[in-house]
Write a protein of this length. Structure first.
Length: 173
């Protein structure tokens, strides 16, 4: 079953590198008490992901922070060394946290896995973006396979601004 707006993110763990050592971050650590802009790419170094999706989030980093986003996270079905190298290649620095879901377990828990075995690529992630507030999905955009229309940072940013406007309107009433 695919995750939906209003759902809590499933529990799990993702990997990253620290001093060339694999480390785990749990979803409780990642999402608990935080506002997170999360996006996923089918694979590191893929053309759309490298030339369009990651740069869109880099360009929008300050705007997301102004809306109260604590961290931007990119997850992909790769190992942590590939995610680290891809982050360096894209120049993400500290602006985007690059996390690995090497066996597609977390994407499967989200219901956002994609069977690419026919292409000899194994299981991959669908391309998506979401805004998560303290572990609850507030916004969710899932791409159709092969497309890049709704997971761009500007789309998520515009939706987040809309939520902020609604909240401000509600607070004034």
């Amino acid at each position: 079953m695919t995750i939906a707006i209003g759902d809590r993110v499933p529990t799990g763990a993702l990997k990253y590198l620290e001093n060339d050592q694999q480390r785990w971050v749990t979803t409780e650590q990642l999402f608990g008490g935080r506002r997170v802009a999360l996006f996923s790419c089918p694979g590191a170094f893929t053309t759309k992901s490298t030339l369009r999706q990651v740069p869109s989030y880099l360009q929008a980093a300050d705007d997301f922070r102004q809306l109260g986003v604590d961290v931007m996270v990119c997850i992909s079905v790769n190992d942590p060394w590939v995610m680290e190298a891809w982050g360096r290649h894209c120049g993400v620095g500290e602006r985007i946290r690059m996390l690995a879901d090497a066996h597609c377990e977390y994407h499967t828990a989200l219901g956002l896995q994609m069977d690419c075995t026919r292409l000899t690529l194994g299981w991959r992630s669908q391309r998506f973006s979401m805004l998560v507030n303290d572990g609850c999905v507030v916004l969710l955009n899932i791409e159709k396979p092969g497309e890049y229309e709704v997971s761009d940072a500007q789309v998520l940013l515009a939706q987040a601004r809309g939520l902020a406007s609604e909240s401000n309107r509600g607070a004034k009433e």
